[in-house]
Design a protein around this ligand. Structure first.
Ligand SMILES: CSCC[C@H](NC(C)=O)C(=O)N[C@@H](C)C(=O)N[C@@H](CO)C(=O)O
Length: 600
């Protein structure tokens, strides 16, 4: 019979991202933001099962989607070429071209926060007039009247929740990724949701279940986020529910059934639960994916999730008493999950005896080229998890094994572990990476002749630092928008990040010595291996100057550095053409530097 060849790397280039979704109030339509046409746009499906069609054309990423409860419009946020200066647009319910609604100067940000039950008042958070701490305003969509609701102070202070009577407002002030204070502003005054704001903790996910009762998640006096409650009548805080060794990261309320859907994070995997508020019962729901990125509960009680697994790209699923149903059919061109690689979860011991978890994607024997890609993740207060990355499956198809350590500072292992990277970007986490590499050598998985180093953002920073300080471990290095110089980085981040920089990274004056020691640019002499640097010109988080300076300095010393700049991208590659260019350039670079005897 007709025989088909095994999947080629080009097939993995043809998988698409779904970055957000919403379902209409009567569940007759699903909207989602995706690059299925090559650029990010808003697509629609008439439910239950109809073919997707283009709903709104803007050629930009959308950070939120919201249906007017009365069906008169759809709201969406767009930035420009990845600059993350999101502004708010309205789209006709029939779809079309988004119309500017709450917008301003190109460098200003306007984030959607809340829409009143009648769809007439839009609450939003803006950098206008308060770029570091952010202000909350409300716009009457009928009259155009626009009022200040809250002026942020101390740190960026977005609006988190609004009571149904629109008399109480929950805000949260971010002082660090590991420290945010939630408070409620009412006609009676302002009250913190947790007992002591001086104790370092985070609070999030505030939800009014009644005008006087707020549920939220916090890790106040705990390692992991749990469900808590604040009673506005008695002004009391109570712990409601904790799940051992799991951190509740998202909660969505089903008002009709009086139950919460909770997403917890444990290491590299997420879990989904249903919690019944009336009788206090908790039920685990087996999810179809390992990582859940968004949950929406419809009035009917149907639950919609957006998620992915290592071998399943982004898809949207619906859950009810009949079980799960996959709504979107996003798949890798002609490749089944079985033909991809699911990672092993392994652990190794670091320099101080701490146990570090990592993902090991082993190339299939028929593809194996003997080389390994070492991938320190970005963030750094994030983690490498069991989610689909087209880049990983491309590399695996070409025969590379991939190793991803969740070094100290990663999320998913408790708040003490996350804090270990604060004011220590380059010592403890670097040594965790060094011990991971030694472990790979001890296990016979890799050797210095067969190891490549690739990282993005903080991962790019770590790639540069490891390259400069430990070049003997690697054949070649790829830095994707990595921080190269802590002195320049600390001053170039977005304005609303600036209030957290001291706690996160440190003070360039007081910590001068440490900044010097932990800046990759200090170790130019060590950077002797071939390097590829990739950068989005519009990146607002790690600006192009971070890559320019390392490339210029290395080139002036005659080192081998390739430099790929994408003019219309920010902190990531959203346009398919650019993504393919990045993968092809990276694959060619790695191929060029493979150990000759091992090339397949
Ligand atoms: C006002 S908070 C600014 C920091 C930000 N926090 C959140 C909650 O988003 C943050 O940690 N961002 C990182 C995910 C990030 O973009 N880090 C860069 C630079 O290190 C990266 O991707 O590694």
């Amino acid at each position: 019979m007709i025989k088909f060849p095994k999947p080629t790397v080009e097939q993995f280039f043809r998988s698409y991202v779904i970055s957000n979704f919403t379902v209409s109030p009567n569940e007759d339509r699903l909207l989602f933001s995706s690059n299925i046409s090559g650029t990010m746009n808003i697509w629609a499906m008439n439910l239950p099962d109809q073919y997707p069609y283009l709903f709104a054309h803007q050629d930009e990423s959308s950070n939120f989607l919201k249906f007017d409860p009365e069906g008169r419009y759809v709201l969406a946020g767009f930035d420009r070429d990845g600059d993350e200066n999101y502004q708010i647009y309205a789209v006709s319910p029939e779809g079309g071209l988004p119309q500017p609604l709450v917008t301003g100067e190109s460098e200003e940000k306007y984030f959607y926060s809340h829409l009143s039950e009648d769809g007439e008042r839009l609450y939003y958070v803006t950098s206008k007039d308060n770029p570091s701490f952010l202000n909350t305003r409300v716009r009457n969509l009928e009259t155009g009247k626009d009022d200040l609701v809250h002026e942020g102070e101390l740190g960026p202070t977005p609006l988190s929740a609004v009571s149904e009577d629109e008399k109480s407002f929950v805000f949260s002030t971010t002082l660090a990724n590991t420290y945010s204070i939630a408070f409620v502003k009412t006609e009676d005054g302002v009250f913190d949701l947790t007992p002591d704001r001086e104790k370092v903790h985070v609070s999030g996910g505030a939800t009014f279940v009644a005008d006087n009762t707020i549920y939220f998640v916090t890790n106040y006096e705990s390692e992991f986020n749990y469900l808590a409650k604040f009673d506005l009548t008695t002004k009391t805080f109570d712990k409601v529910l904790e799940i051992e060794n799991e951190s509740i990261e998202d909660l969505k309320y089903d008002k009709e059934q009086e139950q919460f859907y909770l997403v917890t994070e444990k290491g590299v995997t997420d879990y989904l639960y249903r919690y019944d508020v009336k009788n206090g019962t908790l039920e685990n729901i087996d999810a179809p994916v390992d990582v859940i990125e968004k949950v929406q509960v419809a009035k009917s009680g149907n639950v919609y999730i957006l998620g992915r697994s290592a071998v399943i790209p982004h898809n949207i699923f619906k859950y009810n008493e009949s079980g799960w149903k996959q709504i979107t059919a996003n798949r890798v061109l002609g490749v089944s999950p079985e033909e991809m690689v699911d990672p092993e979860v392994v652990t190794y011991e670091s320099f101080d005896g701490m146990e570090i978890e990592a993902l090991l994607f082993r190339a299939k024997p028929e593809n194996d080229n003997g080389h390994t890609v070492f991938w320190p993740h970005g963030g750094p207060q994030a983690a490498e998890r069991k989610f689909y990355r087209a880049m990983f499956q491309c590399l695996l198809n070409r025969g590379y094994t991939i190793f991803c350590p969740n070094f100290r500072g990663s999320t998913g292992y408790g708040s003490s572990f996350v804090k270990l990277v604060e004011q220590d970007w380059g010592e403890g986490p670097r040594l965790d990476n060094v011990y991971a590499i030694e472990w790979l050598f001890e296990q016979g998985i890799s050797s210095p002749e067969r190891l490549f180093l690739v990282g993005g953002s903080y991962g790019g920073y770590m790639a540069l630092l490891l390259h400069g300080r430990h070049p003997e471990y690697f054949k070649a290095v790829v830095d994707i928008f990595g921080v190269s110089n802590l002195f320049t980085f600390v001053n170039s981040v977005p304005d609303h990040w600036k209030p957290i920089m001291k706690r996160w990274l440190g003070d360039p004056e007081k910590d001068r010595e440490r900044f010097e020691k932990d800046s990759p640019i200090t170790y130019l002499d060590g950077m002797e291996k071939p390097m590829l640097v990739i950068q989005g010109a519009k990146d607002p988080r790690v600006v192009k100057e971070e890559s320019d300076q390392i490339v210029d300095k290395l080139r002036s010393e005659g080192r081998e550095v390739e430099y790929l700049v994408l003019d219309d991208e920010g902190h990531g590659f959203s346009k398919k053409e650019n993504e393919i260019n990045v993968y092809q350039t990276m694959l060619q670079f790695l191929e060029k530097h493979q150990t000759v005897s091992q090339k397949v």
